[in-house]
Design a protein. Structure first.
Length: 256
């Protein structure tokens, strides 16, 4: 009997996008469970950190997008998303960590610290609220919570030029890494492509997408990856309907 898979998911999370793309590329059918306040207790039982994504297979939970990717690679080895060659495998792991840690931190700062993104954040929030509560109120509450986190680390709106410079350096390095290759590690897409794409696709929703204009090879790589049928399938996930309390509690839990 085939295993039943259930993915605990959240809108506007690059890590949930990463998990969905892995599932789609592996051809694994799954049930998507959108986080709501009523499911927070259920989520904490599956992952004490209360973070998404969490993939549940026949009652056994696997939290963290990287752990999910490796579980799928073990159970569904074709198509391979993690190279067998030790050097290539290690290189891909470094790129994945770079995307999940460094790029994620910078893009999150762009989203919540840049006043130019407030309308877009409100639009995303409106999709999540589905008219249940005023999107402006939800966006304000969520933004206040996240901004406090960045301030505690010493980052404010005044830090944006520094963060843009860091992102531009990262994008130029990515372009040099790509060279003439269709994907980051060569001819075929791997977990490294998925991780980096998820962060830059997230950034593309906001004002800082203009930073991509200076790196045409990166834009071409993103378009090439997005054109894959399985990636299109993963990106068509329906947005959830959540009330203001649900958003305040869980919208920023997608840091796995």
């Amino acid at each position: 009997m085939a295993e039943a898979y259930r993915l605990y998911d959240l809108l506007d999370s690059p890590f949930c996008m990463k998990a969905r793309i892995c599932l789609a590329l592996k051809g694994v059918p799954y049930e998507r469970v959108v986080l709501t306040l009523s499911r927070l207790g259920e989520l904490r039982r599956l992952n004490p950190l209360a973070k998404v994504p969490v993939l549940v297979a026949n009652g056994t939970p696997t939290p963290d997008s990287s752990a999910i990717a490796r579980l799928l690679e073990e159970r569904f080895p074709r198509p391979a998303l993690i190279p067998k060659d030790p050097s290539a495998r290690a290189y891909g792991h470094v790129l994945e960590e770079w995307a999940d840690e460094s790029l994620y931190f910078i893009v999150g700062a762009f989203k919540f610290l840049n006043p130019a993104n407030r309308d877009r954040v409100r639009e995303v929030t409106a999709e999540m609220a589905s008219g249940i509560v005023p999107a402006r109120l939800v966006a304000f509450l969520v933004r206040q919570r996240v901004v406090r986190r960045y301030r505690s680390a010493g980052y404010t709106a005044a830090s944006l030029p520094h963060l843009e410079a860091r992102m531009s350096d990262n994008l130029r390095a990515l372009q040099d890494l790509l060279g003439e290759n269709p994907f980051l590690l060569g001819k075929y897409a791997t977990l490294a492509d998925i991780a980096v794409f998820a962060q830059l696709a997230w950034m593309s929703r906001y004002d800082e997408r203009r930073l991509l204009e200076a790196v045409p090879q990166v834009r071409a790589w993103m378009a090439r990856f997005e054109d894959l049928d399985e990636v299109q399938q993963a990106l068509r996930a329906e947005p959830p309907a959540a009330a203001v309390e649900e958003l305040v509690d869980v919208v920023e839990s997608a840091s796995a």
